[in-house]
Write a protein that binds this ligand. Structure first.
Ligand code: ASP
Length: 443
């Protein structure tokens, strides 16, 4: 098949054209045109993906748990998955802390820019603080209480409640395991077929991906820059070292840590891995949402990398919800950066607190754009740094959000591959675009 027919090249083309068009539109003052005529296509694409996110998490996790067939197997794979997720996040936060302490990006921000940013973003900060206020200050175990929904429909009605949907799916799956085969069959068949329908829908939605990505990128550029791209350039030069620190950390995690883990714990060829998940990474980059990207991640892992449906349908929805290595790393770097910029020293104890709170905050971060910065407020509170400091980084947050979401999604796919390999459920990769799904029968 010629290269230009491959999905990821088409998406890359959409991305590049979106960047060029976005910059052109911003410098020519066409912001209004982009909002009215271009941006809706991006919204349609992202809405399509979000539309199927809740039913997908529900159906695939119910199937994932139920197909593990007994509670012992569930706790083995569940324990392994959560253990590796926590370990990769801890690695990410540690790398972030080393980078930010060595590079000291907070020392590079000019005082004038610091004061200007603090006053420009004062209002936005209040909004973020209010959102974080809902999450914080309600007792140490509140996050556990928040995970268990009291109403099925209320949780399923909001994509931000994905953690509750996960818990609901686990409950239903565990219930199904306890039933006799005969009793469980009708519901299992229904959920299985729903699952398959949704995965097929991903193919349909992805037909729009190149155009959707074009529109999302163009709209992001014009909305971030307003009609004056030079503003962003000024901001980028002041916050340049901070951005480089975050990007360096994310790159190390994405192209050194994950490939090393894959090499050690699976037979997966690294080039195959990255070509297999490239479309998911590109969708993550343009949507800034690992929740919206989940359907693509699942499809690519199953169809192209050979991860069995049993593993992918359990590990990936869980990962999209609780495993955010890029976000945790960014939160650690941002917290220390803000402390440095405000000239507040952070001792060893505070850095340790950052590791713990970033680990928990990333679990609680919703898989939607900009959620990471809201949870950052909680980390800042934990280490006693003024939360108004997030004003310093708000201006460049969207760009970094796009990049950290790529790391989040790559982390989920890597862990799914490793778990599949450890369970003997990693089939042959299949990189032809028209290839059939790789399925491993586990019954
Ligand atoms: N946008 C990120 C995600 O969906 C979360 C965040 O860091 O804001 O993975």
């Amino acid at each position: 098949m010629p290269w230009y027919k491959k999905l990821h090249w088409q998406i890359i083309l959409g991305l590049v054209l979106g960047i060029v068009y976005g910059i052109l539109a911003a410098s020519s003052g066409w912001g209004g045109f982009v909002t009215d005529w271009i941006s809706p296509f991006g919204t349609i694409f992202i809405n399509g993906l979000r539309l199927i996110a809740v039913p997908l998490v529900l159906a695939s996790l119910v199937m994932g748990v139920a197909s593990l067939s007994d509670l012992r197997k569930l706790s083995r794979i569940g324990g392994k998955t959560i253990g590796i997720y926590l370990a990769t996040t801890a690695i990410a936060v540690t790398i972030g802390l080393v980078i930010v302490n060595v590079m000291q990006p907070g020392k590079f921000i000019p005082e004038v820019l610091r004061d200007q940013l603090m006053s420009t973003y004062a209002e936005d900060v209040a909004g973020r603080e209010a959102a974080a206020g809902d999450a914080a200050g309600r007792g140490p175990l509140q996050f556990l209480v928040d995970m268990v929904p009291s109403n099925f429909f209320a949780s399923a009605a909001d994509n931000r409640n994905m953690l509750q949907v996960v818990v609901m799916a686990l409950f239903i799956g565990i219930g199904l395991i306890q039933l006799s085969k005969e009793k469980a069959k009708p519901l299992l068949d229904l959920v299985d077929s729903l699952n398959d329908v949704i995965i097929r829908l991903v193919d349909v939605i992805m037909l729009l991906a190149p155009i959707g990505v074009f529109a999302l990128i163009a709209a992001t550029i014009t909305s971030v820059t307003g009609d004056d791209p030079s503003q962003v350039m000024g901001l980028l030069s002041g916050l340049g070292v901070y951005c480089i620190a975050v990007l360096l950390g994310l790159s190390i995690q994405t192209i050194v840590v994950y490939p090393s883990l894959l090499k050690i714990f699976s037979p997966m060829n690294i080039k195959t891995f990255f070509s297999g998940i490239a479309p998911a990474q590109l969708v993550a980059f343009s949507t800034s949402s690992s929740g919206a990207t989940l359907p693509v991640t699942m499809e690519r892992c199953e169809e192209k990398l050979g991860v069995s449906e049993e593993v992918s349908s359990f590990v990936l929805p869980l990962g999209a919800t609780i495993n955010m290595d890029g976000t945790a790393m960014y939160q650690a770097i941002a917290a220390v950066f803000i402390a440095q910029a405000l000239d507040l020293g952070l001792g060893f104890g505070a850095q340790l607190t950052i590791i713990l709170t970033a680990l928990l905050a990333s679990i609680g971060t919703a898989a939607v754009p900009g959620a990471g910065i809201i949870m950052l407020v909680i980390i800042l509170e934990a280490i006693g740094v003024p939360t108004a400091g997030i004003a310093l980084i708000l201006g460049v947050d969207r760009i970094l959000d796009m990049c950290r979401t790529v790391t989040n999604v790559t982390g989920d796919a890597s862990v799914a591959t490793i778990i599949a390999a450890s369970e003997g459920q990693l089939g042959e990769p299949n990189l032809s675009e028209l290839g059939d799904r790789v399925r491993i029968s586990t019954s």
